[in-house]
Write a protein that binds this ligand. Structure first.
Ligand code: AP5
Length: 220
């Protein structure tokens, strides 16, 4: 089953992904994580992506689409069809959405559901500027909403937490603007296809997960 998590930066896509991965037979494809992984390994792709990410701009479509299919096809060879494949942060433009439709057709697959997170800009800014992440295991925290047990240290693996470069206030504001200008059109795109399900992203993470399970029940 192929599910897209669609929403503005800080809406909780990564947080919900982690809960689904803990509780279900699922795998996540996060284009943001793939770019960051490339960057930490200093690959040409990672260094090119950094130019855009640090400013809160989108990485060019073709680079992102190629990366997506590389990852997707590597999963397909190993995973069986029972798995939920989560598209976290992809697509982000109409052109990426169309490339996803075409590529799915070529592979005799389809997108089964798009989960759209509804969250106000004010909450997004508060969440992103307070976010801290673990560079080792990917766990996400928030200084106020979800602090680690020991300040600055990951509960799960003991590594030192960091603040993402693109979580500064100026870059966050630009990311939200980029989302409004280039990504939010996908809400209508998937709504017209009849596969869009909205969830209230302002609820607590466990409640958001419950809503996700309800939506999943509706299509099973
Ligand atoms: P990416 O890494 O995908 O970032 P994003 O979409 O901006 O999303 P975030 O990871 O910031 O937010 P999230 O929704 O996952 O929220 P989270 O769960 O962490 O992309 C980064 C960059 O890469 C882009 O700007 C672009 O340059 C590039 N890129 C990536 N994909 C691309 C593509 N397809 N095309 C082109 N370029 C691309 O939560 C945020 C915070 O809120 C955390 O602190 C968390 O603890 C807290 N929180 C989460 N849920 C809740 C809740 N329910 N209640 C209270 N707090 C919560």
């Amino acid at each position: 089953m192929n599910i897209i998590l669609l929403g503005p930066p800080g809406a909780g896509k990564g947080t919900l992904s982690n809960k689904i991965l803990e509780n279900k037979n699922a795998v996540q494809i996060s284009t943001g994580d793939l770019f960051r992984y490339n960057l930490s390994n200093k690959t040409p792709l990672g260094l090119k992506a950094k130019e855009y990410m640090d400013k809160g701009e989108l990485v060019p479509d073709q680079v992102t689409i190629d990366l997506l299919w590389d990852k997707f096809d590597s999963l397909e060879t190993k995973e069986n069809d029972e798995k939920i494949i989560l598209f976290d942060g992809f697509p982000r433009t109409i052109s990426q959405g169309q490339a996803l439709d075409d590529g799915m057709k070529e592979r005799n697959q389809k997108i089964d559901m798009v989960i759209y997170f509804d969250v106000s800009d004010e909450i997004l800014i508060q969440r992103l500027t307070g976010r801290r992440t673990c560079p080792e295991c990917g766990a996400t925290y928030h200084l106020v909403n979800n602090p680690p047990k020991k300040e600055g240290i990951c509960d799960k693996c003991g590594s030192e937490l960091i603040q993402r470069v693109d979580d500064s206030i100026e870059t966050v504001k630009n990311r939200i603007e980029v989302y409004n200008n280039q990504t939010s059109v996908l809400i209508d795109y998937y709504s017209k296809k009849g596969i869009l399900k909205s969830i209230d992203g302002t609820k607590k993470p466990d409640e958001v997960y419950k809503e996700f399970e309800n939506k999943l029940g509706e299509i099973n």
